[in-house]
Design a protein around this ligand. Structure first.
Ligand code: HEM
Length: 204
């Protein structure tokens, strides 16, 4: 419970911030949305979050490119009738569903390697529906039980970070040269930890 509920959220937040830092236009857009929804309350209320449509798209896109759990394990209960992808699959075969590859499959996604949160605008693709090309929380009855909590936490934390601070890369680091290498462990982390400068929101 604790491992599944902590590393996933923290690595997703770090990836999301890294993508925003390397995409200044998207950073500006999401920050403007967060600040205009919150207004001058000096506090992000949980009720503000449903109004942040673009933030939700950014979370979805970060989860598409950087699903914290890349392999979903399953075991076949019976021998598959007929061949699957040209192979006979006997019963009790352990299958690892490659979420990372599915999320970058050009059959389903236009410009799959690019960070484009807008692709989720007016889209019916949800976290755990019948969209088998988008499965960041797994599928079926063994799907992630912490999905709603996970999404709500990341949205709320990120909305606060974007509301209270402007974000910059340290001097000498260029957005287009950020190292986005992944490191596979319990979740998929950034190989190079993200360093970012937090500058207090000057409008207060
Ligand atoms: C962004 C956040 C999260 C992501 C991307 C994520 C993703 C996943 C994935 C892909 C699975 C495997 C599902 C499957 O086999 O079909 C899983 C399982 C699980 N997750 Fe999450 N998760 C997140 C947050 C959380 C949180 C916050 C909790 C609890 C507080 C949690 C608890 C669990 C547990 C207990 C399982 C194992 C379920 C089982 O095997 O029956 N997760 N998660």
């Amino acid at each position: 419970m604790f491992v599944a509920g902590t590393d996933t959220n923290s690595t997703l937040s770090e990836w999301m911030m890294a993508e925003l830092l390397s995409h200044p236009n998207e950073m500006k857009k999401v920050q403007e949305e967060v600040r205009s929804v919150v207004g001058n309350k000096s506090k992000v209320d949980p009720e503000d979050i449903p109004k942040m449509e673009y933030l939700k798209c950014v979370v979805k896109e970060a989860l598409r490119l950087h699903p914290p759990a890349v392999f979903i394990p399953r075991r076949t209960r019976a021998t598959a009738s007929g061949k699957l992808g040209g192979y006979d699959i006997p019963s009790s075969t352990e299958v690892l569903i490659n979420v990372w590859a599915i999320h970058r499959d050009p059959k389903w996604w236009e410009k799959p390697e690019e960070f484009i949160p807008e692709r989720f605008k007016n889209s019916s693709t949800e976290f755990q529906g019948q969209d088998f090309h988008y499965i960041p929380f797994g599928i079926g009855r063994r799907g992630c039980p912490g999905m709603s909590f996970g999404v709500a936490s990341v949205e709320y934390v990120m909305a606060n970070l974007l509301y209270w601070f402007d974000w910059k890369l340290p001097a000498g680091e260029a957005a287009e040269k950020m190292d986005m290498t992944e490191l596979y462990g319990l979740a998929v982390y950034r190989k190079t930890p993200l360093h970012a400068l937090a500058i207090p929101n000057s409008s207060f």
